[in-house]
Ligand binder design. Sequence first.
Ligand code: ACO
Length: 433
Amino acid sequence: MAKSKANNTLSITDNRTGKQYDLPIENDTIKAMDLRQIKVKKDDFGMMSYDPAYSNTASCTSRVTFIDGDKGELMYRGYPIDVLAKKSNFLEVSYLLLNGKLPNKKEFNTFEGNIMNHTMIHENIKKFIDGFRYDAHPMGMLMSTVAALSTFYPESKDIFDEETRKIQIHRLIAKMPTLAAFAYRHSMGMPYAYPDNDLSYAGNFLNMLYKMTELKYKPDPIMEKAIDVLLILHADHEQNCSASAMRNVGSSHPDPYSATAASIAALYGPLHGGANEGVLQMLAEIGHKDNIPKAIKAAKNGEFRLMGFGHRVYKSYDPRATIIKDIAHDVFQVTGKNPYLDIALELERIALEDEYFVKRKLYPNVDFYSGLIYQSMGIPTEMFTVLFAIGRTPGWLAQWKELLLDPERRIARPRQVYLGDKNLKYVPMSKRK
Ligand code: ACO
């Protein structure tokens, strides 16, 4: 039976005053601004909600990505992730995220052509990359060269012009693999390999990473497919830390290169995209299956975090981790088994039986197995988060586009609960103790 409109409210009694307030409920949510009317004295500021780290605060409405963390479900624009990973490709998924529907053949060809036409970077960007130290982290190089793109495309500031917005979106999706691969080649002391637009998006990325003296690079189809699926799995994850960075920074209306650089910075952290790098470091430190109980004990004592385990939203197995486990199997057929796989499987088995992890619903997340695949493909650990960033770019841009077109959009500006001093008397330095 449909609920009557009058029942669709939340009644709050303020026991300080005995007053009752009826707040409208929409989509199982109350508006935090509706709390502001709750006051003790007329000139009070009014009540706010306190939610550090936004654990229970929806900051926007969205139609891009759906996650049910308890059921372990992930959908892009309504399509389950396992279906997309099986049947689609990364550029098709990018189109879907950005436009809200799957492209027909003609739309896909145009989109793919647009992306592949923008894979080259200005030669001066290459000079920036040359300027980095030999041991510069590729995420640092990626973050700063993406920010630098804003200076090459000053028209990108015209963010409310649909056509301008579209071109920058194409450029960003197209140039991320080039910047990433150039950063890699720089750190290896190797000459840059230019894009080959005859290849697929994933195939071209492998070309720019690995091409040596051959005239034409031929990607291994299993590797190409694995990279493509991994990019799909990373393409969006609703309002995570880096997407929120995109929306927060984007809300002040900079060009999308600057906002994407902010997302890359957020992704870099070890609690977010940097975790895949952390997993490999952790597995190397554990070194042998016999050392796992000691590692589990240390994690339970709070001495370290089991990298690749736990998630703010998933309280069951991360559906992406299941798909990644299958890809790992395919890739290891070509590359040989990653020596750390046995440690990872045993770690997972023990953790999933351990009361500490079971009670806290800590399961492997997307990062737990992805690093093993990248490592087997010969991709250095420092590049793992860079691959994540390439995959996440269409998601960030879909979130950015949705933000700009949202009539409720305003500059992001959270409140605080101020607990510090007020109106202190200024003591001159000579008189301070
Ligand atoms: N190892 C050991 N204990 C953990 C772990 C872990 N990986 N993750 C959470 N816990 C414990 C916490 O110590 C805490 O225990 P307590 O209740 O006894 O204090 C409890 O589980 C809840 O943890 P929170 O930190 O409150 O969970 P939160 O939602 O804030 O953090 C996060 C989520 C950051 C992902 C966390 O699980 C973590 O640090 N995991 C390791 C890093 C990682 O894999 N990050 C990748 C996330 S996926 C992604 O970004 C693509």
